[in-house]
Ligand binder design. Structure first.
Ligand SMILES: [Cu+2]
Length: 302
């Protein structure tokens, strides 16, 4: 509680989005943080109490305290010292096991509403959000309807980045030549901060964006606006964006998107991995090197 209080005071008026999230994934994660914190207090609080109590009661000037210099074993102390940590570990272990499965970022979220597919592509300084079902895209601004599961698949046109909207929960790595997945949902209308959690180079400072959770009418209206944009997202246009390091992160709408954009960007790195030296590496190691198998695990094109 002390920690929460201190953090709340230090945080001032700002909402602590991770502890007060706006979606089911974030809520489960905030619950875990709080439970782990309370379980930790079971050990921490008695220790602090005993430090004060013992130092007062057993000070050298207190002649009234019982003096027991000869003792070797105490079943009661052993039971507390071992029993409590074991109970805490069992409780934490169960919670971790259960939540790891429930919060698997690859697991689709349950909802009455139809999920929205969103392809996320990161560059050195920008986030591109492609809506394949609508054939539109948006740079550095993510707009989506409230109470709708968001099915993200993510890849990078450049270095490794990390996609995170703290108010919604779970961050996910974004890697070139690979595809990762993430499922999130917002249960409140609002504007949340999205950011890159990986120090990725020059453009890192500009890699934050507004994640806007809106009503379904708001989303439809936004789509209409995007459809009117003169800008289109072709593979060539993407390459242009990918080369720019723009820390001013302008929000841009694209009225149409090359349907193969995501796979084209991913394949560029997949092909690179299949160059001749790649074969030599497999010969050298006798088997495929671990990193490579990891990449296959994420790719869908192999
Ligand atoms: Cu391969």
């Amino acid at each position: 509680m002390l920690f929460l209080l201190t953090a709340a005071i230090l945080g001032g008026c700002k909402k602590m989005v991770v502890l007060e999230p706006s979606g089911p994934v974030g809520e489960h994660q905030a619950f875990l943080i709080k439970v782990a914190f309370l379980l930790m207090l079971i050990v921490v609080l008695p220790v602090f109490v005993m430090v004060i109590w013992f130092s007062i009661r057993y000070r050298s000037s207190n002649k009234k305290a019982t003096y027991k210099p000869k003792w070797t074993h105490s079943n009661a102390i052993e039971a507390v010292v071992w029993g409590v940590p074991v109970a805490i570990i069992i409780a934490l272990g169960y919670l971790t096991w259960d939540s790891t499965h429930k919060l698997n970022p690859y697991k689709p979220l349950e909802s009455e509403n139809k999920p929205l597919e969103i392809d996320v592509i990161s560059t050195d300084s920008d986030w591109l959000f492609v809506y394949p079902e609508y054939g539109v895209a948006s740079a550095n601004q993510l707009v989506f309807p409230v109470n709708t599961p968001l099915n993200f698949r993510l890849t990078s046109g450049s270095v490794m980045t990390s996609f995170f909207i703290p108010a919604l929960g779970s961050q996910m790595y974004v890697m070139a030549g690979m595809q990762t997945k993430l499922h999130l949902m917002a249960d409140e209308v609002g504007v949340f901060r999205g950011q890159n959690m990986e120090y990725s180079g020059n453009g890192y400072a500009g890699m934050h964006f507004k994640a806007i959770s809106t009503t379904s009418e708001g989303f439809e209206n936004w789509l209409k606006g995007v459809k009117e944009s003169p800008d289109t997202l072709t593979v060539d246009r993407f390459k242009e964006i990918n080369l720019m390091v723009n820390i001013n992160h302008p929000v841009t709408s694209f009225s149409s998107v090359d349907p193969n954009l995501f796979n084209t960007i991913m394949m560029e790195y997949m092909q690179w991995m299949h160059m001749p030296e790649h074969g030599e590496m497999e010969m050298k190691y006798g088997t495929e090197p671990e990193g490579h198998m990891h990449m296959h695990g994420h790719g869908t094109m192999h």
